[in-house]
Design a protein around this ligand. Structure first.
Ligand SMILES: *Cc1c(COP(=O)(O)O)cnc(C)c1O
Length: 345
């Protein structure tokens, strides 16, 4: 076999569970509520390349995000654009910083292009100290700081004021705000992209819109930054079907808003129920909760009854991340947990 380059050879492929399941609460996907009846296609011309500028889609996104179409670039999921930006800005050895634990793909993208990834440890209770990040970013001459807000997998959320403090104090690094889950809280800084030229906000239709399968994300920044990063955009990266579907989904913002309110309510209810069952439930601003279970091997035991959640090991301790499902899905989860805990006593 022809050898991969050394920096790539040592990487692990992203692992995705393909276990049979009844209830899937492991990947923070939303419900299929916007396009459950499919979507309309008018003037379908699959022989032609899609609009590489995604003009119509960007106009509709601009309404939802409260910016101009010129502030937006769309990508094949926001992950594609996080990769793109790291690649475009970082030469071998340049530094990228984020808190740990956070989204594991940040490190992978750094490894792919030879950037040096620095993880700043969160506190013991998984809160994150913004002053520590500001200090480390400045001292390390960091090229890119990535802040996942709310954070995956812990759900920890910064207030706008704290994010602004980071923006005010770190002007020499590119700051990527990964706001994949911000629709489920109120702390977006997307309206500030014109005020900070080093700010890039990443949003996605994969979570709050329940459209992970379409692979559509948005990168929002000052117009000059968008033009600059456009140089590395893969032409025609959003296929014609995804563009159609995303455009129609964005015509239903009122439904998106009520879906989000529903998820927040269910998040509160599930947190309350699990706390009563002696779980440690961390405060979450996202469509999932991060928990410490009072029983061992919860992940494995739930998997045996067809309920998928995620398991993390931090400092020798096991934690779980549970996506907020529908009312019915959450009920099945709770029932299975109760029967596992009953069988334990
Ligand atoms: C889900 C997620 C994304 C976005 O994923 P895409 O489907 O590629 O848009 C980005 N960051 C985090 C932290 C996520 O959890």
């Amino acid at each position: 076999m022809i050898k991969l380059k050394p920096s790539v050879e040592k990487l692990q492929a992203y692992f995705v569970n393909d276990i049979p399941y009844r209830v899937k609460l492991d990947a923070n996907e939303g419900s299929n509520y916007l396009l459950q009846d499919g979507f309309k296609i008018e003037n379908f011309q699959p022989n032609l390349y899609p609009d590489s500028d995604s003009r119509v889609l960007r106009e509709k996104m601009a309404v939802y995000y409260g910016c101009r179409a010129e502030n937006i670039m769309v990508g094949n999921g926001s992950s594609e654009m996080i990769n793109m930006v790291i690649n475009a800005f970082c030469d071998k050895g340049e530094k990228v910083m984020s808190f740990v634990p956070s989204f594991s793909m940040y490190q992978t993208y750094c490894d792919l292009c030879g950037a040096e990834y620095i993880g700043i440890p969160s506190e013991k209770d998984f809160t994150q100290n913004i002053d520590k990040l500001i200090k480390e970013a400045t001292e390390n001459k960091t090229k890119i700081v990535i802040l996942c807000n709310p954070n995956n997998p812990t759900g920890f959320m910064y207030t706008r004021t704290e994010v602004i403090k980071l923006l005010e104090n770190v002007k020499d690094s590119l700051i990527i705000l990964d706001e994949a889950y911000v629709d489920f809280s109120e702390n977006s800084v997307v309206d500030l992209v014109d005020n900070y030229e080093n700010l890039i906000v990443m949003r996605t239709l994969s979570k709050a819109f329940g459209l992970a399968g379409l692979r559509v994300g948005a990168m929002i920044a000052k117009e000059e930054t968008i033009k600059y990063v456009w140089k590395v955009k893969v032409p025609y990266n959003i296929n014609i079907l995804s563009q159609y579907a995303a455009e129609q989904a964005l015509d239903n913002i009122e439904r998106v808003k009520s879906y989000i309110e529903g998820v927040k309510k269910l998040r509160q209810e599930l947190s309350f129920t699990l706390r009563k069952l002696d779980f440690t439930v961390y405060e979450s601003g996202a469509n999932f909760i991060f928990v410490k279970a009072p029983v061992e091997n919860l992940f494995e035991k739930l998997m045996d009854c067809g309920v998928l959640i995620r398991k993390f090991n931090y400092g020798g301790e096991v934690f779980n991340r549970i996506t907020i499902g529908t009312k019915e899905e959450n009920e099945i989860l709770v029932e299975e947990i109760k029967s596992i805990m009953g069988g334990n006593q």
